[in-house]
Design a protein around this ligand. Structure first.
Ligand code: HEC
Length: 144
């Protein structure tokens, strides 16, 4: 009985040590998300999108929760909730990984989610126009 208690305290402490060891997510980063189908990844409607509105959605308004909770306020994958996720949320500031991720790919995943990861679909809570706004904000702020 006592042994079990000591063991579980040790487990909790080691989990804490692991989770607090990370700030920004790794770079290059392994990527679990699948490629968007067909022509969607080549689509890009960010030219007329509104990055300021995208920022409000990313940092605050998105439902069920703000994107920053996982992807981090700085876009580096270092959000509070993100630390507990496997695979880790995308680090948008990681050029080596993001060079494979187009605007259309981002649009598709934000809309439909990424199966087998913590990335939820937003098609019920964000209009297409709003999704392009977020894509523009992320790409113009962090993707180099
Ligand atoms: C609950 C945590 C969580 C939230 C909230 C979240 N994401 Fe994600 N996101 C993830 C994870 C996990 C992945 C998958 C990483 C992987 O492919 O390995 C992901 C993947 C993505 C990708 C796909 C990139 C690629 O590699 O194709 C984009 C784009 C993205 N998220 C944008 C957003 C935006 C914009 C929001 C807010 C509207 C958001 N995410 C909210 C956890 C989250």
């Amino acid at each position: 009985m006592k042994k079990a208690l000591i063991l579980s305290v040790m487990v909790v402490f080691s989990l804490f040590a692991v989770s607090s060891a990370f700030g920004a997510a790794k770079c290059p980063q392994p990527r679990k998300t699948k490629a968007a189908p067909g022509g969607i990844s080549k689509k890009d409607m960010t030219a007329k999108a509104d990055a300021a509105n995208g920022k409000a959605i990313y940092q605050k308004k998105a439902k069920p929760m703000a994107c920053k909770m996982c992807h981090g306020a700085k876009g580096d994958g270092g959000g509070k909730l993100g630390k507990a996720l496997k695979p880790a949320p995308r680090n948008f500031a990681c050029a080596a990984t993001m060079k494979k991720v187009s605007a259309g790919q981002m649009f598709h995943i934000i809309k439909n989610g990424s199966k087998g990861t913590g990335m939820v679909a937003h098609k019920k809570t964000l209009k297409d126009k709003e999704i392009w706004d977020v894509v523009k904000y992320i790409r113009s702020t962090w993707v180099k």
